[in-house]
Design a protein around this ligand. Structure first.
Ligand SMILES: NC(=O)c1ccc[n+]([C@@H]2O[C@H](COP(=O)([O-])OP(=O)(O)OC[C@H]3O[C@@H](n4cnc5c(N)ncnc54)[C@H](O)[C@@H]3O)[C@@H](O)[C@H]2O)c1
Length: 273
């Protein structure tokens, strides 16, 4: 495999498992050192699937080290910008630079509109939208200071282009992430920093564990006609985390050097239906 990120350093949130782990391992295989953050602990009570653990984060560290690259793994909550800054500052002191940010940490809560509580709405917005803003704010100045430009990738969703039924908060937060990417792209462009949003469709990750399927089915039953609104064009229904990591590596590499403020969908066409 060619090393498309040799000598670069990537800051990745939500890296304990799922897509965040795939981004970390794939970027390390491409030659990048990694600053990896995850809450690695309980998610808000409204989240129906299993939470990540410190062992999950340790496994990501192990997998990255197995590639021969360096990694700083730390438990931090993306809702806490000071905690993020502390980790990124430490990582940059250790690895010498920052080139790439992947704001990937996120949660989802399937529930009908009238079962959504003020608390679950706040939790989803706080983590998916404010947490993504915090992630950029913790890292962007370091990329600017390097003077070489860089790439910021904000993980949105198919729900950031179209909408996801039974997830008013999630759809709002992921549309917000799309807006963050475009707005940051405008102001950071003069520093040769590209900012794009990446929009996965369904991905096979631990988001599907625990009571997630039961919660989805419960919500679907309230309005079954909406169930077909996310229909992929390709025969597969669900992507693997590595499929999304392939796109993230491309966005992080110089191969996409003129791509900024774009919405890059890896969703089997589902948002075009
Ligand atoms: N799985 C899907 O079908 C799918 C589809 C489209 C978009 N996405 C998005 O992709 C991203 C990654 O999700 P995934 O599928 O890998 O799910 P996941 O639950 O396996 O991974 C998300 C990780 O983020 C961490 N995290 C959550 N809140 C955090 C916080 N406040 N601070 C720090 N870490 C936190 C979790 O602990 C977890 O390790 C999310 O933004 C999600 O919304 C997922």
């Amino acid at each position: 495999m060619t090393e498309r990120l040799t000598g670069k350093v990537a800051f990745i949130t939500g890296a304990a498992r799922g897509q965040g782990r795939a981004h970390a391992v794939r970027m390390a295989k491409e030659g990048a050192d990694i600053i990896a953050v995850d809450i690695a602990g309980p998610l808000p009570p409204s989240v129906p699937y299993d939470s990540a653990t410190p062992e999950d984060l340790a496994e990501t560290v192990r997998l990255v080290e197995a590639t021969g690259r360096r990694i700083l793994g730390a438990a931090a909550d993306t809702r806490d910008v000071d905690a993020l800054r502390a980790v990124v500052d430490k990582g940059v002191a250790e690895f010498g630079r920052l080139d790439i940010i992947v704001a990937n940490a996120g949660i989802t809560v399937p529930e009908a509109w009238n079962e959504t509580t003020p608390q679950s709405f706040r939790d989803v917005i706080d983590i998916n939208l404010t947490g993504t803003w915090n992630t950029v704010m913790a890292g962007a100045q370091h990329i600017i200071d390097g003077g070489r430009g860089g790439s910021i990738i904000l993980i949105s969703s198919a729900a950031g282009i179209k909408m996801q039924p039974f997830m008013v908060h999630y759809t709002a937060s992921k549309h917000g992430v799309t807006g963050l990417a475009r707005a940051f792209a405008a102001e950071l462009g003069k520093h040769k920093i590209r900012v794009n949003s990446l929009h996965p469709g369904a991905v096979n990750t631990p988001m599907g564990t625990g009571d997630m399927m039961a919660a989805l089915n419960r919500a679907n039953e309230t309005n079954p006609g909406l169930m077909n609104m996310v229909t992929p064009f390709l025969p597969d229904f669900i992507a693997e985390p590595e499929d999304i990591a392939d796109a993230a590596v491309w966005l992080a590499s110089d191969e996409s050097r003129f791509v900024t403020a774009s919405r890059v969908a890896v969703d089997l066409g589902s948002t075009q239906f």
